[in-house]
Ligand binder design. Structure first.
Ligand SMILES: C[S@@+](CC[C@H](N)C(=O)[O-])C[C@H]1O[C@@H](n2cnc3c(N)ncnc32)[C@H](O)[C@@H]1O
Length: 328
């Protein structure tokens, strides 16, 4: 359940269907409205009874007399922050640990900044600003900031916090936790393999227990987006929407990331055949159908990758016997 679902439920209980919300952001406006109310920036008030362009609790914009006005008012609110934050324990914190900023280049720091901002947009789709925590860096955005992840975790005393780490031994299966920690690390240059583990070791040294989990796609991390905002999106889809992790990865994946995995799968599934003594590698056409169920690729990606790798795509009707297939 996302914060907006609680908001819709609370609005409906109060007989509110149409909301006049001026200057509302257009992408997922209900989620944005709910996040702004939970952050205490605005509340719902009794409206003036005049015709307006209203947002309905079904997410549509319609002309009509609003049941509520969303904004800053001086009267008593009919729905405010407290109505939503009663349910706050259902929502995890997302921590971005920026303690490794000094191993980044200027270009990477710009990208890190962008990813942090995009993570705030992701968090607003599911929760609200104060569920995002930035440690060891003042990002200037409306998230919470702490001098270190240790400070935050010690203050909160969570029963279960998870550090997301591509090199962890254990897999993330969508299990809930009170807090998910993502490394504020951007891999554009140099070798930062194992950098997330440094965060783990540091926490361990401070006596703070966190679980380490790897997000993987069918046994491999290739194909899992590694941008901070997309990791946050995958985790929140899994824990709040109850989405299967593979589906959550698919929804956050782009074609470029999918193609990296496609290349690996093409090699894995290729076979060797010989015709008139000439050996060649091939894959079967039906592989596209199998892969496109969990990789965001199209037919063009499939044929182009195979061609670039010198692997022939053959029709499934060609039998191994006719091709004299040898084990690869
Ligand atoms: C660009 S990654 C950096 C990974 C770093 N090179 C390493 O080897 O630890 C940024 C952050 O996203 C998260 N992340 C990326 N891919 C992940 C995966 N497959 N599983 C779990 N966490 C992942 C981690 O928290 C990581 O610190």
């Amino acid at each position: 359940m996302r914060l907006k679902d609680i908001f819709i439920e609370k609005a409906r209980e109060r007989g509110i269907e149409k909301i006049y919300a001026p200057r509302l952001k257009k992408s997922d406006p209900l989620a944005f409205l709910a996040s702004q109310i939970a952050s205490g920036r605005i509340s719902l008030y009794k409206p003036k009874k005049s015709n307006r362009l209203c947002l309905t609790i079904y997410g549509e914009f319609v002309e009509g007399i609003p049941d509520a006005f969303a904004g800053k008012g001086d009267g008593k609110a009919i729905l405010d922050k407290n109505d939503l934050l009663d349910f706050s324990s259902r929502f995890p914190y997302i921590v971005i640990d920026c303690s490794l900023r000094d191993i980044h280049s200027q270009k990477e720091l710009i990208s890190l900044d962008k990813q942090i901002r995009k993570t705030l947009s992701v968090v607003r789709k599911f929760m609200w600003d104060e569920r995002l925590v930035i440690t060891s860096f003042n990002s200037g955005i409306s998230a919470l900031h702490y001098p270190s992840t240790e400070d935050f975790l010690e203050k909160m005393g969570f029963k279960k916090a998870v550090l997301l780490d591509p090199n962890a031994e254990e897999k993330f299966n969508g299990e809930r936790a009170e807090c998910f920690i993502i490394g504020g690390i951007v891999d554009k240059s140099g070798n930062k393999k194992g950098a997330t583990e440094k965060i783990y070791r540091r926490l361990e040294k401070s006596g703070i227990e966190v679980e380490r989990r790897r997000i993987e796609l069918r046994g491999d991390i290739t194909g899992v987006p590694d941008r901070i905002n997309l990791i946050a999106e995958i985790v929140l889809r899994a824990v709040l929407d109850g989405c299967d992790v593979e589906k959550a990865i698919y929804l956050s994946q782009n074609r470029k990331i999918a193609r990296w995995r496609l290349r690996k799968e093409i090699v894995r599934k290729s076979e060797i055949a010989s015709i008139n003594g000439r050996r060649f590698r091939f894959i079967r056409k039906s592989l596209f159908k199998d892969l496109s169920g969990w990789l965001k690729i199209n037919e063009e990606d499939f044929y182009r990758c195979a061609r670039d790798m010198g692997i022939i795509v053959i029709d499934d009707s060609l039998t191994p016997k006719r091709l004299k297939v040898k084990p690869f």
